[in-house]
Design a protein around this ligand. Structure first.
Ligand SMILES: NC(=O)c1ccc[n+]([C@@H]2O[C@H](COP(=O)([O-])OP(=O)(O)OC[C@H]3O[C@@H](n4cnc5c(N)ncnc54)[C@H](O)[C@@H]3O)[C@@H](O)[C@H]2O)c1
Ligand SMILES: O=C(O)C[C@H](O)C(=O)O
Length: 330
């Protein structure tokens, strides 16, 4: 039996936490032979609910689950964790943009960054899910200077998976046949879902679909607006798909992407593809040996360059707004 890995889930009494904890304990994130100890954090008003989640995890008799720690103390929660999935925060409600939850959420990420830096295992891999995901990840990075920037990422894999799903539905293919779509930029409605380098059953997506109007119009807006539509339909934001995509993100980061396949991750920008530097931007990445690298050399036409510019500008604005919120709170 392998040594268990300590996995932190913040906001664990919430709806994503409830969907995510059993998936991690079933091996969907770290592998089918990797035992885990879950560190579940929430705030004091959710403490009882968190205990209920722990009871259910025990009741499920999950073979890979080597322990569950529930706590409302962030320093206890971050102790020795090798993987941290940051879900805690306030979700957006119908009619709100992700920026509207900014002030509430960025301050959480500032304080939890310091705790992770102090207590997490060396080499901790961090995935920020809570919105505004890119900017929360940036604030976490700025406030945990001893954690390498490459170890702090945000979730745009849900948007990536949504794009795969839309293409598969359109052509009537299995989702596994669709590869190499890209989500560029922000996990917001300014993101650009790009199929120019993607294939379905080995054929370029553009040739398989033969409907440029759909690809430039309905496809893009469906992926961009999917989060808002789910909120309208369910009265709550996506949870099972967010949890499943968080597992995909971490699994590929740790275990690698198949040769020739890339996925989308929000990572600290080095200015590739003219994205602004010093923000967390979603790029196409390949993963190997526990590290991600941005896929280089993709041809970008003027239309796509314009979309990348717009989403990059939004992230620069979000960063300024976040810093302003933090200054006002200090
Ligand atoms: N990146 C993505 O693809 C994506 C997808 C879906 C949802 N989200 C975001 O994920 C976040 C969680 O969504 P949800 O539906 O699970 O919300 P939820 O309200 O059901 O759960 C959030 C939990 O976080 C807890 N929390 C609040 N402040 C905390 C703190 N300081 N420390 C620890 N826990 C804290 C709350 O008590 C709650 O239990 C939201 O910000 C949502 O917008 C992101
Ligand atoms: O859109 C939201 O606010 C929730 C989440 O980010 C999503 O994409 O489903």
């Amino acid at each position: 039996m392998k040594k268990p890995v300590k996995v932190l889930i913040t906001g664990a009494a919430g709806q994503i936490g409830y969907a995510l904890a059993p998936q991690v304990a079933r091996g969907a994130m770290l592998g089918p032979d990797q035992p885990v100890i879950l560190h579940l954090l929430d705030i004091p008003p959710a403490a009882q609910s968190l205990e209920g989640v722990k009871m259910e995890l025990i009741d499920a008799a999950l073979p890979l689950l080597a322990g569950v720690l529930t706590t409302t103390d962030v320093d206890e929660a971050t102790q020795g964790v090798e993987v941290a999935v940051m879900v805690g925060g306030f979700p957006r409600k119908a009619g709100m943009e992700r920026k509207d939850v900014m002030a509430k959420n960025v301050s959480i990420y500032k304080s939890q960054a310091s705790s992770l830096e102090k207590n997490a295992a060396q080499g901790v891999k961090v995935l920020v899910v809570a919105n505004p995901a890119n900017t929360n990840a940036l604030i976490l990075k700025e406030n945990a200077p001893s954690i390498p920037a490459e170890n702090i990422t945000c979730l745009t894999r849900l948007d990536h998976n949504r794009a795969l799903g839309q293409v598969a539905e359109k052509v009537g293919a299995r989702v596994t046949e669709v590869k190499n779509v890209i989500i560029w930029g922000n996990h917001s409605s300014s993101q650009f879902p790009d199929v120019a380098h993607g294939t379905v059953g080995g054929k370029p997506i553009k040739e398989a679909i033969e409907d440029d109007e759909w690809l430039k119009g309905e496809f893009v807006s469906t992926v961009q607006q999917r989060g808002a539509v789910i909120i309208k339909m369910r009265g709550m934001s996506s949870a099972l798909s967010a949890a499943s995509s968080a597992c995909d993100h971490m699994r590929d980061w740790i275990h690698g992407t198949p040769s020739g396949t890339f996925v989308s991750m929000g990572v600290f920008s080095d200015g590739s593809y003219n994205a602004p530097k010093d923000i967390v931007f979603s790029f196409p990445v390949e993963c190997k040996g526990g590290r991600w690298s941005i896929v280089q050399g993709l041809q970008i036409d003027d239309y796509t360059a314009g979309k990348l510019k717009a989403t990059g500008e939004e992230l620069v604005e979000e960063k300024a707004l976040a810093l302003q919120c933090l200054e006002e709170q200090s």
